[in-house]
Structures are given as structure tokens and as C-alpha cells.
Design a protein around this ligand. Structure first.
Ligand code: ARG
Length: 463
């Protein structure tokens, strides 16, 4: 018999039974559901809404059920619709009338909001921890390779030489923003909705603060209608996850490019590459490609839930049950991607010589020639023009700027002197970019120290 069968004269159509049931995916919330119910029952007992004895029976029964779920001894039924009613049903079968009192002063609407918040809060902490691990890996790689020079790119064309470690630390910054965004999202997830009832609150003298304390929330929701109709926290999280995936996909894209014979900057470890069924020579960066590809489903979940929530009238609507699969899939995907990306990055092999050689090609020191002329008193626009003509000359002669003699330099401007050769060495180009946030070894060493301090700070904020 259904928990809400009183008002009905017919059985639910079999198709509808399957169609509206969420137990196949929300059984994931069993721990949170039980935790919430225990706090609720205890409070009901303390407030005299049910007897202390009944509260105890409920709490013991729920603990027992949790243990049995963990041991795989419990099968849920589609008939009982969702995790909330499944657990309540099993409880009532076991403890009788006391079980029937658990849902006093509560609705599934505030119950599901609570479960989702409890679940997401825990999962955010898992993600924060993974991000810190990734940051540590990035910083360690940067530190190991502090002297390695690579070509920096814009438009995927060689632009200016940079330290490889500086390039890596760019990703540190992205993941730091992701970290902070998650902390912010956690703040808005950390609100206790129980007591909102179906939408209007409850007639019983409940103690919401007590439940909040027991469940470790920072605050209680201020508006019952909002509390049961709000899924902003899920959406915010899906956005945070999308950003993480976007950042990972950029990193993966670079690893894929750098692994090509054309670049030859890195090689992924055998443990993270896969072979071809036909071409014996191949080692493909499948892991990086899959992470890049999985970004799609995470964006998809964000877009899907935004669309589900669009135009929904207040308060709860069953549409909102559609929040779960996308959230769960996103959590699995982002955690899975981070877990495999971190060791892949840890074990990646770097080819500094190839990076260095490539940094010397493509006139990556042309800006430095122009800057040199500026120092000799030539306005930047003119210096740019002169250097452009020099580059064109070199392209025609199939030589680099470093191959020019002083006489040839002087044909383009009398301002050139013997010191130009030292100035346009790749090392000098990197060394002289010494403003805060730039690529000089001094600045990058500083950035590594700062990054380590940030990691320490981050560690303090995972609970
Ligand atoms: N399974 C439902 C969900 O995930 C729980 C809330 C149901 N509430 C209701 N009034 N039908 O949204």
C-alpha cells in the first residue's frame, strides 16, 4: 500500500510506477537521508512531539537499516518511489507505529532538499581535496623544471619564450579560482532547510536550530517556500564543475598537442597511454582525450538543470527530481577525471631540449629586438616597424635574427650595437621579463613560494 493511498481509489498505472520512481538513482542518498531522519526524530522527541521512547526506537531502527544497506542486505522497491519512502517503509515494517510518526512535521520536499545539501557538502570537500592534490602536483612539476624554457604561444603561433614552469603555474591559478568558487558554493549549500515542510512550515513546535546544530549546518533557511523550491546550490555546483572540466580540457588539449611528433615536448607514461589495434608504433594520449571529451556531459548537466528550473512556479514541482542524475554523473565524472589526471601529470616525461630548440625558432625574440631599440631612444611604433622589416628579411634569407651580423643589423637601424646579440638570446628574453607575474626565473621562483602558501591556506579550508 502506498503511503499516500488514502485519497486514491485506483492503483497507480504500472508504467507510471516506473516512470516517476527515483529509487534507482536516489538510493545514493541513503546515508544523508538516515542522518537527517535521526536528527529530526531526536528533535521531535526532545520537543515532546513524539515520545522519547518512540524517538529512540526510530533512531535505533534507522541505524540498523543503514548498517544493513551497507552490507547489501536491503533491496529497495520501485513501489515505494524514492529513497525517503523506501527507508520510512522499511522502518515501519520493523518498528511499527513509532515508524509511522517519523514523518511528523516534515515533508519529502524539505527532506529531499536536506539530503541533497548534506550530500553535496560532503562531495564538495572531496573535490576540494582533489584540487589541492592537483595543485601540489603542478607546483612540484614547476619546481623540478624551473630552468626549462619553452616557446609561449598566442593563436597557437610561437610568440615569446617562457619558462615551462610559468606555463604550468597558469593552470595553478585556474584551479585556485575553481577552489575558491567551490568554497563559495559550499557556503550556499550549507543551509539547513528542514522545518520548511511542504512549503509553508509546520504547525508543530519544532526546534530547527537544534537540527541545524546536529547536522553541522551553518545556518537555517530563512524562507520555507524558497527552501523547498531552490536548487541554485546544485546549479552553482554544476557550474563550478563545468569550469573545472573546462580547465582540465585545456590542460589535456595541450598534453595531446605536446605529445605529437610535431611538438615532441612531452610523453605520457605508458601507464596512461594506449596502443592502436592496427598501428604497432602508436601510443595515444587517450586519457587526456577522454577527459577533454567528458567535459561535454558536465556542461550538458548544467544546461539540463538550468532548463529544468526555468519558469518553474513556486514551490516544489516534481520536475526537480531531475536534478539528481546530472549531479551524480557530474560528481562521478569530475572526481574520476581528477583522479586519473593527477598521476598522469605526475608521471609525464618532459623533453627540455626540444622545448628549448623550438623556443629559438619562430622569431620569439622579435619583441626583444624592438624593446632594445626603444631603450636606445626609438619610439616603440618605429622600433616595431624596423624589427618587422628585419624579420621579413630573415624569413627571405631563411635565417634567424641571431644569425644576422652587426653590419646587417645596422642597415636597418644605426641604433644597433654589439650588445644586441646578448640581448636577444632566449635566456635573456626570459630573464628580463621580471615584473611581478612575469616569466623571469626570479618571478617564477617567487610564484612557486606563493603557490605553496596558497596550498597551505587551501588545506585549512577542507573540512
Ligand atoms: N523523489 C523526489 C525528488 O527527488 C522527492 C520529493 C518528492 N516530493 C513530492 N512532493 N512528490 O524530488
Amino acid at each position: 500500500m502506498k503511503m499516500w493511498s488514502g485519497r486514491f481509489t485506483k492503483e497507480t498505472d504500472e508504467l507510471v510506477e516506473d516512470f516517476h520512481s527515483s529509487i534507482s538513482f536516489d538510493s545514493r542518498l541513503y546515508k544523508q537521508d538516515i542522518r537527517g531522519s535521526i536528527a529530526h526524530a531526536r528533535m521531535l522527541g526532545e520537543q515532546g512531539i513524539i515520545s522519547k521512547k518512540e524517538a529512540e526506537l526510530i533512531i535505533e531502527g534507522l541505524k540498523e537499516i543503514e548498517k544493513e544497506i551497507e552490507e547489501g542486505k536491503i533491496t529497495f522497491s520501485v513501489d515505494a518511489e524514492d529513497i525517503h519512502m523506501n527507508i520510512e517503509k522499511i522502518l515501519t515494517e520493523r518498528i511499527g507505529d513509532a515508524g509511522k510518526k517519523l514523518h511528523t512535521a516534515r515533508s519529502r520536499n524539505d527532506q529531499v532538499a536536506l539530503d541533497m545539501r548534506l550530500y553535496l557538502k560532503e562531495e564538495i570537500n572531496v573535490l576540494l581535496d582533489l584540487i589541492v592534490h592537483l595543485q601540489e602536483t603542478i607546483v612540484a612539476k614547476a619546481e623540478e623544471n624551473i630552468d626549462v624554457i619553452m616557446p609561449g604561444y598566442t593563436h597557437l603561433q610561437k610568440a615569446q619564450p617562457v619558462l615551462f614552469s610559468h606555463h604550468l603555474l597558469a593552470y595553478f591559478e585556474m584551479f585556485q579560482r575553481d577552489y575558491e568558487r567551490l568554497l563559495d558554493c559550499r557556503k550556499r549549500t550549507d543551509v539547513m532547510p528542514l522545518g520548511s515542510g511542504a512549503l509553508a512550515g509546520t504547525t508543530f513546535p519544532i526546534d530547527r536550530e537544534r537540527v541545524k546544530e546536529e547536522l553541522g549546518f551553518s545556518e537555517i533557511s530563512r524562507n520555507s517556500i524558497d527552501a523547498v523550491s531552490d536548487r541554485d546550490f546544485v546549479l552553482e555546483f554544476l557550474f563550478c564543475a563545468s569550469m573545472i572540466m573546462m580547465h582540465l580540457s585545456r590542460f589535456c588539449e595541450e598534453i595531446i598537442l605536446w605529445s605529437t611528433d610535431e611538438f615532441g615536448f612531452v610523453e605520457v607514461d605508458d601507464a596512461y597511454g594506449t596502443g592502436s589495434s592496427i598501428m604497432p608504433q602508436k601510443k595515444n594520449p587517450d586519457v587526456a582525450e577522454l577527459i577533454r571529451g567528458k567535459t561535454g556531459r558536465v556542461y550538458g548537466s548544467l544546461m539540463a538543470l538550468l532548463t529544468v528550473m526555468k519558469s518553474l512556479p513556486l514551490a516544489y514541482n516534481k520536475d526537480m527530481q531531475e536534478d539528481k542524475e546530472g549531479l551524480f554523473d557530474t560528481l562521478d565524472t569530475v572526481k574520476g577525471c581528477l583522479k586519473v589526471f593527477i598521476p598522469m601529470l605526475k608521471t609525464i616525461k618532459i623533453f627540455p631540449q626540444k622545448m628549448y630548440e623550438e623556443a629559438q625558432r619562430g622569431f620569439t625574440n622579435a619583441t626583444d629586438v624592438a624593446d632594445y631599440l626603444v631603450e636606445k631612444g626609438i619610439p616603440f611604433r618605429e622600433a616595431h616597424e624596423i624589427t618587422g622589416r628585419l624579420v621579413l628579411h630573415c624569413i627571405k634569407q631563411r635565417i634567424t635574427l641571431n644569425d644576422l651580423s652587426l653590419e646587417e643589423f645596422k642597415k636597418f637601424s644605426h641604433a644597433f650595437g654589439e650588445d644586441i646579440f646578448q640581448r636577444i638570446s632566449i635566456e635573456s628574453c626570459v630573464m628580463r621579463r621580471d615584473v611581478p607575474g612575469a616569466t623571469s626565473p626570479r618571478q617564477v621562483s617567487q610564484a612557486i613560494l606563493t603557490s605553496k602558501k596558497i596550498i597551505e591556506w587551501n588545506r585549512l579550508h577542507i573540512v
